[in-house]
Design a binder for this molecule. Structure first.
Ligand SMILES: Cc1cc2nc3c(=O)[nH]c(=O)nc-3n(C[C@H](O)[C@H](O)[C@H](O)COP(=O)(O)OP(=O)(O)OC[C@H]3O[C@@H](n4cnc5c(N)ncnc54)[C@H](O)[C@@H]3O)c2cc1C
Length: 800
């Protein structure tokens, strides 16, 4: 072990080994992995080694596919056998909704280029896996690239391949302390201190303690997990192929062959946390006593699904621990506020996801940004609120118990909620507000009559008419929306303007004006769809999506310069927006200030009732509208003042479900759908806001796109001949049976009374009137390209 390395990776499980391999592969060989015990000594040695394609987040599914393809590469490169059995895999559905969901998941896979899957009938599935009973099954999905590997061999293959590329592996050496230095980190170990520029926490079951060594509280916890290995099954001795990896979603089990027996894994509804503060340091390569009573129900279902298990004994029980984040996805990337400290933790399925995690983290460290859009596993998708132990317990437990439970697109899950509420929460609840969660905050979805309960559905839900009424009300008169769920950053100081001009790609607004401002990464892809306000007094605001607060703050801080004061106002400021033709009449009743004279995209500070508010004349609904921002403590008073003033105009409150429909009718894109860090300004139409005459972050990349042949795909608006369901995102788009794009978001336009979608399609398919088709909940429907903004295309009401 040297006294200095460029990178020290702590943890020799599959994730640490993969990070090490990818760093070395991409050219950083001055890297060292330090392992407390021996390679695999955490969760990795006792994993079931299953690899399968399915993941609810398409970007993570893609990284899983990358990992599966990588496995044979590292085997070759290292010369270490990884025991790869590519048996193929089945995912089985046992309820009508699940079967519909699986059919649409299959289409999502097609959208993202995973094309070695197909749908199968129960009978076909049984031929593929003859030991499976198909009682109650409605259908399944087959995937070629599924199977299992030898876990210890795989970790050694990653490490061996890394060593061949010059990386170092040090075992039997616990990291005791981490101290930040001007150049990076001092890593204090049992065998001495090592300095490095970057340190990676790949501590698996001990990730919590490794975080705390650096003053970081990661939202991660281990939970216990069971599988059994059966004795030899006579039926398997008789067939000349291995049964595929099989997941029975309604049965909570997964199964793969293990020699002439099977391995049956169980996701227990009755979950059990373990060592929430991190595993004990002396914890060896140990297992827990199996707890058959706790898993009795799932076990019974497993034995019914595979009746042959009833005739043979259990050879081995494994009850081991592995780690989870609140949403079950990994926590990867640079930890906000800790320069040079990287997280590669909470990787629930390390053998399946470890390759993608290692690749993305290595690219991020070396190039400043991963190739793929990895927001879904970015450690900065959580804020400090997620450090709370009860929050972690509730959310990780919920994820674990629901691992195989279907979550509907309109379903709100209860764990960790309500956490933060805007001050008017109780008053709004009293008049029927139904809430959803965004980051730590409760945000209004819609206002329902007393006793109304929304039914989880893949189709238009029973809240459809309620949302329709809210949309009509906004378009016809005036609606009030709690916009506490927008982010607000204040920028001030002598260099504020210069800095903003550098990080935003647009021209900056003049005093008293706001402007849409794309923010780009160094390579010219999108980093934000923001709005910049120039209040005219030397202070500026940046507004964006609330749930990206920590993610954007990390970016701003990474690009900070002297002479700029940046504050996240998320704990100080909240607000309401008024939208609709009568909104001016309402706001004018509350002030003698000339707020009604504000031009479109104008902004300023005004007295609104008793409140000193900041007001912007804009509306995401595409109506005449005002966003009114106030101090947290003024929220209740502001709401009451606006409701009182709007009484004669028929004001009513509405929620974000209506807002999403209204913005769709205007073809206004939103982050995580039309705009992501995987897309470019040219693809998304964001280029029209760019000021090409100035220098800004990402200009070279954006210019290259502009001066080249243009993007392969462009954003369009579609109308779809859908009847009782709408698109939601990632549905494939077809022209003559050829896939030509995918939906970025969709829904029903209640004013224009059409099913709408925004989509990225091949350049050649973007002309108005182009006839296409789209899969909506697994069923192909005709669709056509229409002009953007089917409601008020000229933007007259918005500017009116
Ligand atoms: C029963 C069971 C079945 C599973 N089945 C599958 C499956 O089929 N497919 C799949 O993909 N995943 C499966 N998993 C999950 C998989 O095991 C984990 O996702 C994976 O092992 C996580 O790897 P890791 O590298 O993050 O953590 P770990 O394997 O826990 O590795 C962390 C390493 O860090 C070291 N370390 C910690 N602190 C220090 C320190 N201070 N100094 C030095 N070293 C330190 C530890 O000794 C350890 O070796 C299963 C898990 C369980 C429990």
């Amino acid at each position: 072990m040297n006294s200095h390395y460029r990178v020290v990776v702590i943890g020799g499980g599959v994730v640490g080994a993969s990070v090490l391999y990818h760093l070395a592969k991409f050219g950083w060989s001055d890297v060292c992995l330090i392992e407390r015990s021996v390679l695999t000594a955490g969760s990795s040695w006792h994993a079931a080694g299953g690899i399968h394609a399915l993941n609810a987040d398409p970007n993570i599914a893609q990284l899983q596919a990358y990992t599966i393809d990588l496995l044979s590469e590292i085997e070759k490169e290292s010369g270490q056998n990884i025991g790869l059995h590519m048996t193929g895999g089945l995912t089985m559905a046992g309820t009508p909704d699940r079967w519909e969901w699986l059919q649409s998941a299959y289409r999502t896979f097609q959208s993202i280029g995973i094309d070695d899957c197909r749908l199968v009938t129960p009978e076909e599935a049984q031929e593929l896996n003859p030991i499976m009973s198909i009682d109650g099954l409605l259908g399944g999905m087959w995937a070629d690239r599924e199977g299992y590997i030898d876990t210890t061999g795989t970790v050694h293959a990653y490490a061996g391949a890394a060593k061949k590329r010059g990386a170092t592996v040090v075992e039997h050496n616990r990291v005791l302390e981490l101290n930040q230095t001007l150049e990076g980190w001092d890593v204090v170990t049992e065998k001495g201190t090592v300095s490095c520029e970057h340190v990676v926490n790949a501590g698996g079951l001990w990730a919590k303690q490794l975080g705390r060594m650096a003053g970081v509280e990661l939202p991660v916890s281990p939970l216990q997990h069971h599988y059994l290995i059966s004795d030899t099954i006579p039926q398997l001795e008789e067939i000349d192929f291995e049964v595929p990896m099989t997941v029975d979603l309604e049965g909570f089990t997964y199964l793969r062959q293990d020699q002439k027996g099977v391995l049956l894994g169980i996701y227990e509804m009755d979950h059990k946390h373990w060592a929430m503060d991190g595993a004990p340091w002396e914890y060896g390569m140990e297992l827990f006593q199996e707890d058959v009573d706790r898993i009795e129900n799932e076990l019974t279902m497993g034995f019914e699904r595979y009746p042959c298990l009833q005739d043979v004994g259990v050879k081995t029980w494994v009850n081991g621990a592995f780690t989870f984040s609140p949403d079950g996805n990994p926590l990867v990337g640079p930890v906000p506020g800790k320069r040079g400290y990287w997280s590669a933790c909470a990787v629930m399925a390390g053998f399946l996801q470890g390759g993608g995690v290692g690749k993305s983290l290595a690219e991020w460290m070396i190039h400043g940004q991963p190739e793929a859009d990895v927001y879904g596993m970015d450690v900065a998708r959580y804020g400090t609120y997620a450090e709370n132990k009860q929050y972690i317990k509730e959310t990780t437990g919920q994820f674990y118990s629901r691992r195989f439970v279907m979550t509907y697109p309109n379903e709100q899950l209860p764990a960790g909620r309500p956490l933060k509420t805007s001050p008017a929460y109780s008053d709004m609840t009293a008049v029927g507000c139904k809430w959803g969660a965004s980051f730590d905050l409760e945000v209004p979805l819609y206002f329902a009559p007393q006793g109304f309960e929304e039914t989880p559905s893949l189709r238009r839900s029973n809240a459809f008419d309620i949302v329709a009424d809210e949309c009509k009300m906004v378009r016809a008169s005036v609606g009030l929306l709690d916009i506490s769920g927008f982010s607000r950053f204040e920028v001030s100081g002598p260099n504020a303007e210069e800095w903003l001009n550098h990080v935003m790609a647009s021209r900056l607004p003049s005093p008293g004006r706001a402007r849409l401002a794309p923010m780009l990464s160094e390579d010219g892809r999108l980093k934000g769809d923001l709005t910049v306000f120039n209040w005219g007094d030397g202070t500026w605001w940046i507004m964006g999506s609330y749930y990206l607060r920590a993610w954007h703050m990390r970016w701003f801080n990474d690009h900070m310069v002297d002479g700029v004061i940046l504050r996240d106002l998320g704990e100080e400021m909240v607000g309401f927006s008024l939208s609709g033709p009568k909104s001016r009449a309402v706001i004018e009743k509350l002030t003698d200030a000339p707020v009604g004279d504000l031009p479109f995209m104008g902004c300023g500070a005004f007295d609104i009732g008793m409140i000193r508010a900041k007001v912007g004349r804009l509306s995401v609904a595409g109506e005449l509208g005002y966003e009114i921002h106030c101090r947290m403590g003024d929220h209740i008073t502001l709401r009451q003042a606006l409701l009182n003033a709007g009484g004669h105009e028929g004001i009513r409150e509405y929620g974000f479900n209506a807002m999403l429909s209204l913005r769709l009718e205007k073809s206004f894109g939103i982050w995580s759908a039309e705009f992501t860090q995987g897309y470019t300004p040219g693809m998304t139409g964001m280029d029209r806001w760019i000021d090409w005459d100035k220098d800004f972050v990402g200009k070279t990349g954006a210019m290259a796109e502009r001066e080249g042949n243009g993007p392969d795909q462009v954003q369009v608006t579609l109308e779809i001949d859908a009847k009782d369901a709408d698109t939601s995102g990632y549905e494939p788009i077809w022209s003559d049976n050829k896939q030509v794009g995918f939906v970025t978001s969709g829904g029903y336009g209640h004013t224009v009374q059409r099913s709408l979608a925004m989509a990225l399609v091949d350049q050649g398919q973007s002309a108005l009137g182009t006839e296409l088709s789209v899969h909506v909940v697994g069923v192909e429907r005709p669709a056509r390209v229409i002009a953007a903004s089917p409601y008020d295309p000229a933007g007259q009401v918005m500017r009116g």
